[in-house]
Ligand binder design. Structure first.
Ligand code: AMP
Ligand code: TRP
Length: 328
């Protein structure tokens, strides 16, 4: 084994193509090479969606079904729910003592969230501390690597800073974890901005072929290619960008067809929609199995959280000793 991995996702429902290409597909690969912990970070979800707590249970199920259908294997990886391992929250509190406020206030991810969610001045304490909780998630397992999409890089940098500060102040307990990106660390959504649930520009990996077709149909192409026989500019076209990612066998031909005005956008979109539907056909079948057997999933995460807790408790004990809060 090459080392220890922790990564997590907020349970906001079904996963999209960005989650898949930026993280989940990589998790499935890495579980053969690393000791992996994958966490459903429900407390992180509450930092923004605290008023939608009713949806949490359903969202956790949907996300776990996606993980297992995509190939996360409980025989190889430990799958846990963050709130079932309360040591994450306790370590978060201890880390909050050594995290200077300006580190959190300058967080660009927070600034983006404030803009996208319209939060303005109304930021809650938990949201400001989001990266501190994330550092606790990662470091409680002494992880060396964290497979995530590009939007998380700043958070991982902060995790390293917190680890460095802890190690200098008290005792060298933590490794400095590295982010692990994929070839597609930032997938654009159907409107060209970063694919994200909050921007409502996603294609879910569980979408049925009909829905995929509708969504692909609505994608904007090269504005100068209005009729079939207008030559197109694939390099500025989102649909072509997708063809390059998902249709490696055909994209060169598609580029030639588009530039020479032989392939129209309608046809090009049909090819893409079909390719996407085919890619996730096996996944959709597996999903049906887990949808019918929710008990299996519950058992896996209860078992996984217990296993994770044993490790987390040990790290927390070490931390408390180092911070002199063990009165023995
Ligand atoms: P989230 O749904 O924001 O909790 O993200 C879960 C994981 O997917 C994180 O590792 C993100 O970095 C990754 N991710 C989210 N959106 C994208 C995207 N558009 N492109 C690539 N990776 C993404
Ligand atoms: N912030 C991550 C996201 O939005 C989710 C997350 C929480 C996470 N804790 C983590 C990712 C620890 C990696 C490691 O996607």
């Amino acid at each position: 084994m090459k080392g220890i991995i922790f990564s997590g996702m907020r349970p906001t429902g079904k996963l999209h193509l960005g989650n898949y290409l930026g993280a989940l597909e990589n998790w499935v690969k890495l579980q053969k090479e690393y000791k992996c912990y994958f966490g459903v970070v429900d407390l992180h979800a509450l930092t923004t969606d605290y008023d939608q707590a009713d949806e949490l249970k359903e969202n956790i199920s949907e996300m776990l079904i996606d993980w297992f259908s995509a190939g996360i294997d409980p025989e190889k990886s430990t799958v846990l729910i963050q709130s079932y391992v309360p040591e994450h929250a306790e370590l978060h509190l201890l880390f909050s003592m050594i995290t200077p406020l300006p580190w959190l206030e300058r967080n660009p991810v927070l600034k983006e969230q404030v803009r996208d969610l319209g939060l303005k001045e109304n930021i809650n304490y938990g949201l400001l501390g989001y990266p501190v909780l994330m550092a606790a998630d990662i470091l409680i397992y002494k992880s060396n690597a964290v497979p995530v999409g590009e939007d998380q890089l700043h958070h991982i940098e902060l995790t390293r800073e917190i680890a460095r500060r802890f190690n200098n102040l008290y005792q060298k307990i933590f490794p400095l974890p590295q982010a692990k990106l994929t070839k597609i660390p930032r997938l654009a959504g159907i409107d060209g901005r970063r694919m994200s649930k909050s921007l409502k520009n996603t294609i879910s990996i569980s979408d049925c072929p009909e829905t995929i077709k509708e969504k692909v149909k609505s994608m904007i192409t090269d504005p100068q290619k209005i009729r079939l026989n207008d030559p197109g500019h694939p390099d500025i076209c989102i649909v072509f960008n997708y063809q390059k990612i998902f249709n490696q066998d055909q994209y060169k031909e598609i580029s030639i067809g588009c530039k020479s005005a032989k392939l129209g956008c309608v046809e090009c979109k049909k090819i893409l929609a079909q390719t996407l539907a085919n890619k996730f056909e096996g996944f959709r079948d597996k999903r049906k199995y887990f949808e019918k057997n929710p008990k299996i999933i519950r058992e896996i995460v209860i078992e996984g959280s217990k296993k994770a807790r044993n490790i987390a408790k040990k790290t927390l004990e070490e931390v408390k000793k180092a911070m002199k809060i063990d009165y023995e």
